[in-house]
Design a protein around this ligand. Structure first.
Ligand SMILES: [Fe+2]
Length: 496
């Protein structure tokens, strides 16, 4: 194949753009607050070549690292491919050599045994280094000033796990990085590696444990006392993969689980708690201790939100009929056999953002993306095929919700949070919004839009943006992003 398929994974905001560009001094409408000073790094999957298979999916695309660099109210934009083994091999061959999503048995024989990761999910900053991550491989270190790829990061050979999550958690007081890798020993290995790196980036702990079944563990949470793995019934099967099938299939009839252990303890201390059947979560907002109680807040759906994972499990539920909500799971750790109590906190949605300082602690507010039913049909694209069209700010304590809607047909990406130096100020949110070039919904053409970076008062999202940074380009959908302050950039290990 030498053309891109015209499926949901390659149209709308999933239209391949494939541009490595740098633009200085983007147009700014409004005023960027002076304290927004640093870099917003974004992970953008974007196929460098048409895929080998017509039914390929957006999650299988090469990782690009994008950056809005902001200072003194001005913004520059850069985007580069991550130099994975896979990207370099395909660039040399001028065509796709790697086949289906997380299935090495569908690859061109010339790349047998080669690292397949595309590093396309989350930029992670820790101990002065920037990494591009995807859960099926090691993180790739990126020079934060040049966006050049330095190489794979295995803690100078200390890390035994072959994988590194796209959702590690950093304790705001100790500066430690808590992370894990599932399929730690290779394809379909049931082991999970649980690791801690200290504030200086040294790997100080790595322990392996076996999960109840071979599931996709996309995210996890920490509290001041515990490390917690919520596990949902989307499972891998080596025989299916060997036959050329899907890596993941969801199962409505299987139970979910919570694995909870003291965060500085031994994996042998893990308590496994049974949860409801068939549900699915990709992102937790936060978790915290409340005496003996542990609260875990997360974006839950009644089945898997990805159609290709439902289809592989024989589940016939159209995307618009997937139900979900923001929920809190509470467990009482003083009990020998704790049970899960579930309470609803807010409407359906995903891509939550928490202030870094609130990680693992009781928190007053957080933000996530949702669908505004009054906002018209969503823009096609994004990982699940339909983009979110509103931003919510929620106070879990009193369930107060504020919303920032978008014009019809526009799409919003996961926000980054910039803390404010002003006491009592909620800080700022940065979010890329894709604006259709034609405001008339009946005339809009998929893929015809301009991407803008909106700067929003995080305490007053309903007021809309205080500034819009205009790229004048249609950027491909981002997955996750991260904010890195100027102070951190200035003390980075690698220099420009
Ligand atoms: Fe994620």
């Amino acid at each position: 194949m030498n053309a891109f398929p015209q499926t949901i994974h390659f149209i709308g905001s999933n239209t391949p753009r494939r541009m490595e560009i740098s633009v200085r001094d983007l147009e700014v409408e409004g005023e960027i607050p002076a304290e927004v000073n640093g870099a917003f790094f974004r992970a953008v999957p974007d196929n460098a070549h048409p895929p080998m298979f017509e039914d390929d999916i957006a999650l299988n695309a090469d990782g690009m690292v994008a950056r809005f660099d902001i200072r003194n109210g001005a913004a520059d934009f850069d985007i580069r491919y991550v130099g994975t083994d896979r990207y370099k091999a395909e660039k040399e061959a001028r065509r796709a050599l790697f086949g289906r999503y997380r299935n090495p048995f569908t690859d061109d024989p010339s790349v047998a045994g080669m690292d397949r990761t595309v590093a396309n999910t989350t930029p992670v900053w820790h101990a002065g280094r920037l990494f591009m991550t995807k859960e099926d491989g090691l993180g790739h270190e990126i020079n934060p000033h040049t966006l050049e790829t330095v190489g794979k990061w295995d803690y100078n050979g200390a890390l035994k796990s072959e994988t590194f999550t796209a959702h590690p958690r950093i304790d705001p007081e100790t500066g430690e990085l808590f992370f894990f890798g599932y399929e730690a020993g290779g394809l379909c290995d049931p082991n999970v590696a649980y690791c801690i790196a200290d504030k200086d980036g040294n790997l100080v702990s790595e322990q392996w444990f076996e999960q109840p079944y071979l599931s996709t563990i996309h995210d996890f949470v920490i509290t001041e006392k515990y490390a917690i793995w919520p596990i949902f019934p989307t499972t891998a099967d080596l025989e299916r993969i060997k036959a050329g099938g899907a890596h993941w299939a969801h199962h409505q009839d299987m139970e979910s689980w919570l694995g909870i252990m003291p965060r500085y303890g031994k994996v042998e201390e893990m308590k496994w708690i049974r949860g409801p059947k068939g549900v699915s979560v990709f992102h937790e907002v936060n978790a915290y201790d409340d005496g003996d109680l542990v609260h875990i807040d997360m974006c839950i759906t009644d089945t898997n939100a990805f159609s290709f994972m439902r289809e592989a499990g024989g589940i016939d539920i159209p995307q618009q009929e997937v139900k979900g909500s923001l929920v809190r799971w509470t467990v009482d750790m003083s009990k020998d056999e704790p049970a899960i109590e579930q309470h609803e906190l807010g409407p359906p949605g995903d891509l939550p953002r928490l202030a870094d300082a609130n990680q693992g602690r009781a928190y007053r507010r957080a933000w996530y993306l949702s669908m505004n039913p009054q906002g018209g049909p969503p823009m096609l694209g994004g990982p699940v095929g339909a983009n979110f069209n509103c931003l919510l700010r929620i106070e879990p304590g009193n369930r107060r919700i504020d919303m920032m809607g978008l014009p019809p047909g526009a799409a919003i990406s996961e926000p980054a949070h910039v803390p404010s130096g002003e006491a009592g100020h909620d800080g700022w949110l940065l979010s890329v919004v894709d604006m259709p070039n034609n405001p008339d919904p009946s005339q809009q053409v998929p893929g015809d839009y301009s991407s803008e970076l909106w700067v929003i008062d995080a305490g007053n999202v309903g007021a809309g943006p205080v500034a819009k940074v205009k790229t004048k380009l249609p950027l491909r959908s981002q997955v996750h992003g991260t904010w890195v302050s100027r102070a951190k950039l200035d003390t980075s290990v690698l220099k420009g």
